[in-house]
Design a protein around this ligand. Structure first.
Ligand code: PLP
Length: 404
């Protein structure tokens, strides 16, 4: 297999491991990470992979070996990252409405922590005071991201402590002598406009002088990837240039060497992922030609959940005439992957590949309709390896207790 996966490679994998199947191309992850590293090579910048996008332990290890750090959204992700071999010093737990016990556990595991509420900040102060550095997740009141469902930094968002509550934050910092080592924002996903990050820097620089132990400025993730023909991903070179200019020119900077953190999820793993499903049934109707595949939103929920676009190709008939189809799943709910989409003529038994399926694909899958979660395969240096077997019937009963 070559460095880029061909239709023939994908068909071979589908034949060997069955469908539906997620196929991750490792070198594509490396390519994306290199873009970030190269663009920011002259600056003090560190990337934390936002692993909620895809947590297969092989992916975590691959990304660890590339040199990235990891950002976690739950204590279990922290434990998975440790299991994958990340040392605590390379793990960040950016919390969101969690029970304080998870923060206590994270502290015991020795990882970085971002706290997102006054309530948990106070509990942290009570328990640990100045003995352990901690970050604050702020809500900068910036509207950004591909659509409102994936925007997290605006003024009605649940995420972070609103910046206008700075006085209350400072009261807690003073009361408990908190060592605030980083200020974090994450404004949303699929942010194309790099100026959003610049606005974030302005917000953080405004309040940064209040925190004398500050070492890190964490600008979150949300870099856009190209998912449709003609689309562009976030211009990382431009971002690097603008961020470094903002840091060089701002008066607050004087004498300090703040490290910049980013938390890319989608940017690293989206394009590496291909999801392959097989066509079960063709159904012609007066309003649409339906293609029913052996999958549904139980395996890839992004189109139904937040109107995500996945490019679809018929890899079994790539030269067939183009026709418009509605691609749907086989579960008992409306689970449309694409409406009125031109595809090379589709026949029952054909294999369709859904591109950009690496991020929030398998990770959001479920057993709805008591169907099995798909298998996962990684292609590494030209060789395919199974990294998660497809569910089996026993998996559906595994945690059930039969009392009746
Ligand atoms: C989800 C998330 C990210 C990653 O977002 P992407 O759009 O996948 O880059 C980064 N930081 C935090 C705190 C997140 O919750």
């Amino acid at each position: 297999m070559m460095n880029s996966l061909s239709h023939a490679d994908l068909i071979t994998i589908a034949e060997e491991y069955g469908t539906p199947v997620y196929v991750y191309h490792a070198e594509k992850i490396k390519e994306q990470y290199r873009k970030l590293q190269d663009a920011f090579s002259n600056s003090n910048t560190v990337f934390f992979y936002a692993c909620k996008a895809l947590t297969n332990v092989n992916i975590l290890r691959y990304i660890k070996n590339l040199g990235a750090n990891v950002d976690c959204s739950s204590i279990n992700e922290v434990r998975l990252a440790l299991h994958a071999g990340f040392p605590p010093s390379r793990i960040l737990y950016t919390s969101n409405g969690i029970d304080f016990n998870e923060i206590r556990d994270a502290k015991e595991l020795g990882v970085y922590i971002n706290i997102d509420s006054l309530s948990n900040l106070e509990k942290f102060g009570n328990a640990f005071g100045y003995s352990y550095p901690v970050g604050i997740r702020l809500r900068p009141n910036i509207l950004a991201g591909g659509n409102i469902k994936i925007s997290t930094g605006h003024d009605k968002s649940k995420f972070g402590i609103p910046v206008e509550q700075i006085e209350q934050i400072l009261k807690l910092v003073n009361k408990y002598k908190l060592r605030i080592s980083d200020l974090h924002i994450h404004t949303g996903s699929e942010i194309k406009d790099v100026d959003v990050f610049l606005k974030g820097i302005e917000v953080l620089f405004d309040i940064a002088p209040h925190f004398e132990n500050l070492e890190f400025i964490d600008l979150g993730g949300g870099f856009k990837v190209a998912s449709m023909a003609g689309e562009q991903e976030t211009d990382i070179l431009l971002l690097a240039e603008k961020v470094s200019r903002a840091f060089a020119s701002h008066p607050y900077k004087k004498g300090r060497n703040l490290q910049v953190w980013f938390e890319p999820g989608k940017f690293l793993v989206s394009a590496a992922g291909n999801f392959i499903a097989k066509v079960n049934v063709m159904k012609e109707t007066a309003t649409a030609d339906f293609v029913s595949v052996n999958s549904g939103f139980n395996h890839l929920i992004r189109p139904m959940f937040y109107d995500a676009y996945h490019h679809i190709e018929n890899i079994s008939n790539p030269d067939g005439p183009l026709k418009n189809y509605s691609v749907v799943g086989n579960i008992c709910e409306t689970d449309t992957f694409a409406w009125d989409r031109p595809l090379n003529q589709v026949r029952e038994g054909d294999l369709l590949v859904f591109r950009n399926a690496g991020a929030y694909g398998f990770e959001m899958s479920s057993n709805f309709n008591s169907r099995f979660k798909p298998a996962e395969v990684i292609v590494l240096e030209g060789r395919a390896h199974l990294i998660r077997r497809r569910d089996q019937f026993d998996d559906l009963l595994r945690n059930q207790l039969e009392v009746i």
